[in-house]
Design a protein around this ligand. Sequence first.
Ligand code: AMP
Length: 300
Amino acid sequence: MIIARGLDEIDLARAQLAIAGRSVAYVPTMGALHAGHRSLMALAHEYGDAVIVSIFVNPLQFGPDEDYARYPRQLEADLEICRDAHVDVVFTPSVSDFYPAGRQVTLSAGALGSILEGASRPGHFDGVLTVVSKFFNIVRPDVAIFGKKDAQQLACIRRMVTDLNSPVRIIGAPIVREPDGLAVSSRNRYLTQAERTSALALSQGMLAASRQKTPSAALHAARQMIAAEPGVEVDYLSVVQPGSLAEVSADYTGPALILVAAQVGTTRLIDNADLVFSPIVSPDGSNSVVGSPEPTPAVV
Ligand code: AMP
């Protein structure tokens, strides 16, 4: 496994892969690697001859009151996980190399980046798109893998690739969960035992929503489940269309997403689940909305 710490090293490693005619699947991460990241690396092997992983805690996507300084950093353990996952190249740039003094240009995620997560974290998705775009230019991947855990991030990246004609194929990877349903996250380590138990209300809410037949029933089921847990303070809970993330109407049919963000103690957690609402004709001949016979399970 090649460890590229500087821009020259990643350029050389990338050029060698190009000369060897190997396609590249790329997994961007902020480190503190866990089972979710490992699943992305495994998927990357299915899409590329070689796998490149970046590890970089991106200051641009953290707000002034967020956890940039305390975000877990564990490079040696991360490299071991990458080795174990047969990663070909790990790129670990320093902040000063990546963002040299004098830079001015950033990307804007537009309206899609200012709703939901973006409303609570202004500038977050601008920072995400700026870093991902820079990584795309450096790594020049054929395919990039992102987790559905960060559903709005994935939507913003798909939008960026479309709007800026980036020649990168984007793949969304399923959410990896703990056996009890909690979505795996680098931030779960901040939770106390009691908070971790409270946090389960989020995945349980997503699961309850995925069993419902209408958007309003899905929202109601999730809200009830989460509201019953006093340790969880909901920021937003919304049923939206997957691409635009616009809230769906009560009679909406088709694929949808339920998204939640909540504060559990000092930790902000997010979760989501895919939903499908299908129209049927009722016995009286009118159209109504029903869930798919087998809704995508929120907890696997
Ligand atoms: P992060 O290191 O948190 O920036 O995440 C790097 C990538 O891993 C992103 O594409 C995330 O969506 C993805 N990821 C994080 N947690 C999970 C999870 N539990 N399941 C699937 N993908 C995940």
